[in-house]
Design a protein around this ligand. Structure first.
Ligand code: GLU
Length: 406
C-alpha cells in the first residue's frame, strides 16, 4: 500500500525535509521505491518541475537528495507499492509529463486503452505503470488550453479504477491539487497546509485534518484548502483533531519487530481496559462475515473458531481482495466485521463499501488507527490499543485483534 504526501510551505521555505519526514511516517505501509518532486525555486530551474526518485529504501532517496539540490516550497512525495511494473526507479512516482507531476495510490483499470490512445497521439511513456497515463492525460488537457483545475476534471472523468492523486503544475507554482476516488486522502491544517494518505503522515505538521469524501477534489495553497465534491460543487469538509502519536522510536531495541513483540503486554492490557463491547451488537445477527487481508485475515480465522464455538453463529472469513470480484450475496442479518491495522487497506475499504451498497447489514471495524478510513466507513468501531505498529510484519496488532475478538 503506497503512501502519498504533499506540502505547501511558506514562500522561500524548502519543503523537501518535511516531505521526507512525512514519507518516513508512511513507511509502515510497506513500499518498494520512493520519490519526490517540487516546483523548483532554485535559480537554475526556477518554476520548472524537478524530481528525484530511487528504488528501494528511503535511505537511497535521501542519499540522492543530498547531491540533487532539489528546492521548492510546494512539493509532493510518494512511497510506491508496485501494482503495474517492476519496483525500479523508472517506475517510481512522481510520474511526469511536460508541465505536470503526480503521485498516485491505487490502480487505473483502463490504463491500457488510455495508453494506446495517448501513444497514438505521440505521447511517449517512460514507465510500465498504470499511473503514467494520468500525467499524460493531464498534459493533453493543458495542451488544449484548459486550466489545471479543468484539466483535473476532464482527465479524472476518463479514469476507471481507484485513485488518490496529488498533482503539481508548473503553471500553478503555489498549489497542489488532489483528488480521491476509492482511495483514502486527508488534508492537514497546521503550520503548513498538506495532503497525505492518512492523518499519521501529517501529524508532525498539523493539528487538524479533513478527510476527502469519495469523488472529492481539493486545491491546497498557502491560503488554505478549497474542497469540491464529485459534481465539482464547492463544499466544506469537517475538520477533526489529530491524535498526536509523537515520533515513534525503537526504545533501545535493535529493530521494530522486537520492540513491538515486547509491547504486547501493554497492548493487550490497554485493549481490554479501553473497550467496552455492548452485547446488543449481536441482536438479530445470525451470520458473521469477517473481511480482511494478510495478517488480519489470520486473526479473522482465529475469531471464526471462537465465534462458532462460543456464540454458535456461523462465521465466514473472506480475503478482501477477492471478495468484491465474485458478486457475493450478503443477507441483512449478517454482522460484517472488517479487520485492518491501518484502517487504510484499499481492498478492505472497498469490501465495506460493497457490503454497504448491497445490503443493510451492520458493519463493524476492528482497527488500530483512530479516525482511519475503515473506522469512518463503519457503523461500529472497536479500536485495538496497540499503539503505532511500524514493522510490516504484524505482531502486537495481531495479538490485540485476537484479544478484542475473544
Ligand atoms: N498502480 C500504481 C503503480 O503501480 C500505484 C501503486 C501504489 O499505490 O503504490 O505504480
Amino acid at each position: 500500500m503506497c503512501g502519498i504526501i504533499g506540502i505547501v510551505g511558506k514562500k522561500g521555505e524548502n519543503v523537501i525535509p518535511k516531505i521526507v519526514a512525512g514519507l518516513e511516517r508512511l513507511e509502515y505501509r510497506g513500499y518498494d521505491s520512493a520519490g519526490v518532486a517540487v516546483v523548483s525555486s532554485d535559480d537554475k530551474n526556477q518554476g520548472k518541475i524537478c524530481r528525484v526518485r530511487a528504488a528501494g529504501k528511503l535511505v537511497n532517496l535521501k542519499e540522492k537528495l543530498q547531491t540533487a539540490n532539489l528546492q521548492g516550497h510546494v512539493g509532493i512525495g510518494h512511497t510506491r507499492w508496485a501494482t503495474h511494473g517492476k519496483p525500479t526507479e523508472a517506475n517510481a512516482h512522481p510520474m511526469m509529463s511536460k508541465d505536470v507531476a503526480l503521485i498516485h495510490n491505487g490502480i487505473i483499470e483502463n490504463f491500457k486503452e488510455l495508453r494506446f490512445s495517448l501513444e497514438s497521439e505521440g505521447y511517449v511513456f517512460e514507465s510500465e505503470t498504470d499511473t503514467e497515463v494520468i500525467a499524460h492525460l493531464l498534459q493533453r488537457e493543458l495542451s488544449k488550453g484548459f486550466s489545471p483545475r479543468e484539466a483535473i476534471r476532464n482527465a479524472t472523468k476518463q479514469l476507471e479504477g481507484s485513485y488518490a492523486i496529488a498533482v503539481i503544475f508548473s503553471a500553478l507554482p503555489n498549489t497542489i491539487i488532489a483528488v480521491r476516488h476509492n482511495s483514502s486522502l486527508a488534508v492537514g491544517f497546521g503550520e503548513n497546509f498538506c495532503v497525505g494518505s492518512d492523518s499519521g503522515s501529517l501529524s508532525s505538521m498539523c493539528d487538524e485534518v479533513a478527510f476527502l469524501e469519495d469523488g472529492d477534489s481539493v486545491e491546497i495553497s498557502e491560503n488554505g484548502a478549497i474542497f469540491f465534491d464529485k459534481n465539482f460543487e464547492r463544499v466544506e469538509r469537517q475538520h477533526v483533531k489529530i491524535e498526536k502519536t509523537g515520533m515513534v522510536n525503537k526504545d533501545g531495541y535493535p529493530h521494530y519487530m522486537l520492540k513491538e513483540i515486547m509491547d504486547q503486554p501493554t497492548a493487550i492490557r490497554n485493549t481490554i481496559v479501553r473497550n467496552v463491547i455492548d452485547p446488543s451488537v449481536l441482536d438479530g445477527v445470525s451470520r458473521i462475515l469477517i473481511i480482511a487481508c494478510g495478517t488480519s485475515f489470520y486473526a479473522g480465522m482465529v475469531a471464526k473458531y471462537w465465534f462458532e464455538t462460543f456464540l454458535k453463529i456461523p462465521t465466514d472469513v473472506e480475503i478482501a481482495s477477492e471478495f468484491r470480484y465474485r458478486n457475493p450475496v450478503i443477507l441483512n442479518n449478517t454482522l460484517m466485521i472488517s479487520i485492518s491495522q491501518s484502517g487504510e487497506t484499499i481492498d478492505t475499504l472497498s469490501a465495506i463499501e460493497y457490503v454497504r451498497s448491497n445490503s443493510s447489514c451492520k458493519t463493524m471495524a476492528i482497527v488500530n488507527v483512530k479516525n482511519s478510513a475503515t473506522a469512518r466507513a463503519s457503523d461500529i468501531v472497536l479500536y485495538t490499543e496497540a499503539g503505532v505498529e511500524m514493522c510490516v510484519a504484524s505482531t502486537k496488532a495481531f495479538t490485540a485483534y485476537c484479544i478484542l475478538q475473544k
